[in-house]
Ligand binder design. Structure first.
Ligand code: SF4
Length: 233
């Protein structure tokens, strides 16, 4: 039997393709997508689906969730720092910050990182693995569930180099921006990169209007070369 897949790893378009492949009505994809981002934890709660479809989904998919392993809250500014446990036992950090314009979450995109910036603790163990788009969605959802509020701003600035995990990050951006799901505006999302130039150029060709931040960390090339090996590439 095939291994069950995390349904949060599917964009709305992926779900539509699945419906077409299985000769099921395509509009069901949007209904399922809406339920997932209403944060149901079982397919049985998707009350507008037929029993047959619920049973099919239950056989093929699961609704992935991350567990809050550690939560630290700053007494000064209420910043909340989370350590989330993923299904395979790996853990990633994300941070929720409060600003006058709303709450901003800083999410991780990889378990570890291979960019090797000299000042960064995340690089010490190298790259363990890429995160999936569904796991990035669950960073948003686990924190939102914890505070009981919608989060309106995202920065991809946690552990990992987002453009080293390009395809999953693009899937995440499309899913989190979808109006039938969490509906976070593209202008409210910032991707921070250490400077993977080919991927920056590829990103410029995507139909996405998210903000891009490039971490320089130095005002001249020789200094940047010593701090960030990516600068020599
Ligand atoms: S790219 Fe980011 S996470 Fe990776 S080593 Fe550099 S600063 Fe750390």
């Amino acid at each position: 039997m095939e291994k069950k897949k995390n349904i949060k790893d599917f964009t709305l378009e992926d779900l539509e393709k699945y419906m077409v492949q299985k000769k099921l009505p395509k509009f069901r994809a949007a209904q399922i997508f809406e339920w997932i981002y209403k944060d149901v934890d079982s397919f049985d709660q998707m009350t507008n689906l037929s029993k047959d479809l619920i049973s099919k989904l239950t056989q093929e998919f699961y609704i992935g969730r991350a567990e809050i392993e550690v939560l630290l809250v700053s007494k000064e500014d209420k910043t909340r720092k989370y350590l989330l446990k993923l299904e395979d036992g790996n853990a990633v950090e994300c941070v929720l910050m409060e600003y006058s314009y709303g709450k901003t979450i800083c999410i991780s995109t990889q378990v570890g990182c291979r960019m090797n910036c000299s000042f960064c603790a995340s690089a010490l163990g190298g790259l363990t693995r890429h995160m999936t788009s569904g796991e990035m969605m669950e960073e948003m959802m686990a924190v939102s569930r914890d505070i009981g509020e919608r989060i309106s701003n995202i920065v991809l600035m946690g552990t990992g180099e987002p453009f080293d995990n390009y395809e999953e990050v693009i899937k995440f951006l499309r899913t989190v921006n979808n109006q039938k799901g969490m509906n976070v505006g593209q202008r409210h999302i910032t991707i921070s990169t250490s400077g993977l130039v080919p991927k920056i150029l590829e990103f410029a060709e995507e139909d996405l209007q998210c903000n891009l931040a490039i971490s320089l960390h130095a005002a001249d090339n020789p200094t940047r070369n010593t701090l960030m090996p990516i600068n020599k590439k």
